[in-house]
Design a protein around this ligand. Structure first.
Ligand code: PRP
Length: 182
């Protein structure tokens, strides 16, 4: 385990099981889709979860990416998600699957939902690895959430603190002294 972590909350094995269940849920939901849904990764946090989920799906999907950032190097959300890189594809008349690593305050998801439905998507489905309902500032939720978590600072498998720890293959709780000393 990385020395800056207090403990692991999701092992690689547990993540693999959650990926499988999320992919199966999406397969069931889109089994009668007449055109391939557009699966969008909200970068950078969702990168690994997204790659694993789309590869575990039986349904054929098209891929696209959007970089949205509201935390920068801070532990608290700025509340204003910034679109750093927009999608390449049009979402007009498409079934859109948005893949997130975490829904926290809900600002990012709310912004994405308004944007994608505002561009004329046919449907909008959100799958997230983590849900932190205790931190919600806006009344919004994912359609499918793998794991509910309390108000802990988690990193790994895409999730960062000041852009670090994303490449850990598991998710763990960051020691308080790491983010309180800065
Ligand atoms: C994180 C995470 C979600 C968002 C959730 O992204 O990946 O997209 O915050 O928080 P919210 O519900 O409070 O909006 P961040 O802005 O840190 O960018 P990153 O994905 O590059 O880490």
């Amino acid at each position: 385990m990385n020395k800056d972590l207090e403990r692991i909350v999701l092992s690689e094995k547990e993540i693999a099981q959650m990926v499988k269940s999320a992919a199966a849920w999406l397969d069931e939901k889109f089994k009668n889709a007449d055109t391939p849904p557009l699966a969008i990764s909200v970068l950078k946090g969702s990168v690994f979860f997204y790659c694993d989920v789309v590869r575990a799906m039986q349904t054929s999907v098209q891929l696209d990416f959007m970089t949205v950032s509201s935390y920068g190097n801070a532990a608290e959300s700025s509340g204003v998600p910034k679109i750093v890189m927009d999608l390449a594809a049009s979402v007009y008349d498409r079934d859109v699957i948005l893949v997130e690593d975490i829904v926290d305050s809900g600002h990012t998801l709310s912004r994405m939902k308004d944007l994608i439905l505002g561009r004329g998507a046919k449907s909008f489905t959100v799958v997230t690895l983590f849900d932190k309902p205790s931190r919600r500032k806006l009344p919004i939720q994912a359609d499918y959430s793998c794991c509910e978590i309390g108000d802990e600072f988690i990193v790994g498998y895409g999730l960062d603190y000041a852009q670090q720890y994303r490449s850990l293959p598991y998710v763990g709780i960051l020691k308080r002294e790491i983010y309180e000393k800065k």
